[in-house]
Design a protein. Structure first.
Lengths: 325, 390
């Protein structure tokens, strides 16, 4: 009770009303939970297709794309009404995807098929299917839109796709079981997390050469349990937050020196994360404990735990209507 | 470290140009054995047990190999009962020095000791006995199937965690039951559990029809216990003990709560994907021997990828070294013990319907790897063959 009061003091004055929402997929409930950033409460629960995992909004936030893995579809939802407008031809078992800067092409990892499918969201047709390694999962696209990345969990590679031709132009080894990829620092670096390897590999995008490896170590937790999955960078890209799976911690990493500065205790088996609009709050999905931890980015502290559905997996931010994205 | 970085960069280049192809020939070699009859007719041992796992491992390797100019070829050879296993092994070794063996331990040992096998790399994917991992270990022989002791240690950890300290045991009389009971006794002693009583199962009746009469009487004399352990590795009688024992106690061991290398109910940590890949290919569920053969194939693939070599000695050194790790869908990276060649692996404790727990369980600590709380650890090993080489 007292905690809640302090929280109210901390949080309420800092923000105006209508601070947008965090949308979370619940893998084992076939639902989305929508968290109001202002109140830090679940305000809507919306049914989806089977086993929703990756999710992303169109650039104007008028459409939500959802990987409904067991429905073998990418669903397109109107986020206002929660209505499924139509399905996209996604290939089998879509797990994650990334929306190209053209706001039109979706690059989809088909986990069971060792394929990356490129879909035109306007014509709702498949543009290309690209053979990649086994269990493709992590997806990224460079800010200039020229390179898309698929990481494959069993092949342990990042596959570099030329988006002009939709053909692979490089394949680079990473550590065991890569899960997530992001271009950072204006697309000059590619970061790839490896769950079983316990590392993040940093690649120089121009040469596709590995330039650094980030490692993690938490006192009292066995290295085998420290399994990096999702990660996000602060607005100035000086600091990265890395979800470390069943170690139940999020690492805070200096994105310049690649040194780990801090570890924040969150819920159990932390997967992915999303920031609010000004990146002052970070929301992590905790798969096993079925909740979302809210982290105060400046203080590097967990503020609150929010109960969502079973096995929350992905998270995405949506601004309040009328707000700038 | 620097050398490794260089080789990774080089591999990256090959990926584009697909030059300098590496040929990786592997043989999966089985000695067929007679399966003695069991009471129930429910279970069928698939003809392709083990082989299907090796084939899936080959396919998984080939997908990576496609990007790196590696060409994996798998030959599968099954020697009929009474056939000349050593001749088949000799022929396989002439093709290449990478073998996955699905054979009884004497046959495995005979191959490991052949002159042609010196410098080869053999994976034991079917023999769980202690002997091949202790006094009769061989430097060219690694084990992807867990030892029986690893499995019984996993069960013992669970019993400790639940504080089910008092145990009774019913043991079958087949050789594999005797080995399993022996491993169980060792695990109970290791983890400070008490075996209150032990009875031998004498299979001289068809208890499919009269388990309700025989089993209560048979178990009536057992002293108080928390869990009834059964050693019945062939799946003969133990299924009829459940619900018919004199006292209502859970079963564990070969029936009830079973410590296994792999089971269809393993689904966490991405295992669902491996299961569905396997089912799609083989048309059945993946079994422990399939998993062991798959892991052998994948260990080869991972080592070839990271070293850029197909030389068995280079692969062996890398696999036994500190940089080797293999994603095995069990929640922790698989690696190999440098003192006896056994693969470190978590052991799921399963029922027919679910994974109850996965060992090593929380709280069983180890200075190197918690997985080394399962089976024979370095200080207690009787294996000497690995000392001089690694």
């Amino acid at each position: 009770m007292r905690y809640a009061a302090i929280l109210a003091l901390l949080v309420t004055p800092a923000f105006a009303q209508g601070q947008g929402e965090i949308w979370v997929t619940n893998e084992k409930d076939d639902t989305l939970s929508v968290i109001d950033v202002a109140t830090l409460e679940v305000v809507r629960t919306i049914p989806t297709g089977e086993r929703p995992r990756g999710l992303t909004f169109s650039h104007d936030f008028s459409r939500l794309y959802i990987c409904a893995s067991d429905s073998d579809a990418v669903q397109v939802m109107d986020p206002e009404t929660g209505e499924i407008l139509h399905d996209l031809p996604s290939g089998e078992d879509p797990e994650q995807f990334v929306l190209h800067p053209d706001d039109r092409r979706l690059y989809i990892a088909n986990e069971d098929d060792a394929i990356t499918t490129v879909v035109d969201t306007e014509t709702r047709s498949v543009i290309a299917q690209i053979d990649v390694g086994i269990e493709p999962e992590g997806m990224a696209v460079s800010p200039d839109g020229r390179i898309a990345i698929t990481t494959s969990e069993t092949t342990n590679m990042a596959h570099w796709i030329d988006t002009e031709t939709e053909v692979l132009f490089a394949n680079t080894l990473v550590d065991a079981r890569p899960r997530h990829a992001e271009f950072v620092k204006d697309g000059t670096e590619l970061w790839v997390s490896a769950e079983i390897g316990g590392t993040i590999s940093v690649f120089d995008v121009a040469t596709q050469a590995e330039k650094a490896k980030i490692r993690f170590e938490i006192a009292g937790i066995h290295p085998d349990r420290i399994q990096p999955v999702g990660f996000e960078l602060t607005v100035d890209e000086s600091t990265a937050f890395v979800a470390l799976g069943p170690s139940n911690h999020v690492a805070v990493v200096d994105a310049e020196t690649w040194e780990v500065e801090d570890y924040i205790l969150v819920g159990r088996r932390v997967w992915h994360m999303a920031f609010n609009a000004d990146r002052s709050l970070l929301f992590t999905t905790n798969g096993v404990s079925g909740d979302v931890t809210v982290i105060d980015v400046a203080r590097r502290e967990a503020l609150k735990t929010i109960k969502v559905g079973r096995f929350p997996w992905g998270a995405a931010f949506r601004p309040a209507p009328g707000d700038p994205a | 470290m620097l050398r490794q970085a260089t080789s990774i960069v080089m591999l990256g280049l090959w990926a584009g140009a697909a030059q300098a192809a590496i040929e990786v020939p592997v043989t999966w070699l089985r000695q067929e054995v007679a399966h003695p009859p069991v009471l129930s007719n429910l279970d069928e041992i698939p003809q392709d047990e083990g082989r299907a796992g090796a084939e899936l491992g080959r396919d998984d390797n080939a997908t990576t190999g496609r990007f790196l100019g590696q060409d994996y070829a798998l030959e599968t050879v099954s020697v009929p009962e009474g056939g000349d296993f050593e001749a088949a092994a000799r022929a396989a070794l002439a093709r290449g020095g990478l073998l996955i063996l699905d054979a009884p331990e004497d046959a495995v040992l005979a191959v490991a000791d052949m002159a042609e096998a010196q410098g080869a790399l053999l994976f034991n994917a079917a023999a769980p006995g202690a002997r091949l991992r202790s006094a009769d270990c061989r430097a060219n022989l690694l084990h992807t199937l867990p030892s029986t002791a690893m499995r019984t240690d996993a069960l013992a950890q669970f019993l400790v965690q639940r504080r089910w300290d008092d145990l009774a045991l019913i043991a079958g009389q087949r050789p594999e039951d005797i080995d399993y009971a022996e491993a169980l006794r060792g695990s109970l002693a290791k983890f400070g559990l008490k075996l209150r009583a032990e009875r031998d199962w004498l299979d001289d009746a068809d208890i499919r029809r009269n388990a309700g009469q025989e089993v209560p009487v048979f178990t009536q004399a057992l002293p108080d216990h928390d869990v009834l352990l059964v050693a019945d590795e062939a799946g003969d009688f133990a299924r009829y003990i459940a619900y018919n024992a004199w006292t209502p106690r859970p079963l564990a061991g070969s029936e009830g709560l079973r410590p296994v290398a792999w089971a269809p109910v393993v689904e966490a940590w991405g295992a669902a994907q491996l299961q569905s890949r396997f089912e799609e290919m083989a048309g059945r569920a993946m079994r422990p021997r399939d998993y062991a053969a798959w892991a052998g194939m994948r260990a080869i693939g991972e080592a070839v990828t990271r070293t850029g070599s197909a030389d068995p000695e280079v692969l062996r050194d890398f696999i036994l070294g500190p940089d080797f790790e293999l994603g095995g869908f069990l929640g922790a990276p698989l690696s190999f013990r440098s003192w006896d060649g056994q693969m470190r692996q978590p052991i799921p404790l399963v029922t027919e319907r679910a994974v109850v727990a996965t060992a090593p369980l929380e709280g069983f600590l180890h200075p190197v790897s918690e997985m080394d709380t399962l089976g024979t650890d370095a200080p207690e090993t009787l294996c000497a063959a690995f000392e001089e080489r690694s």
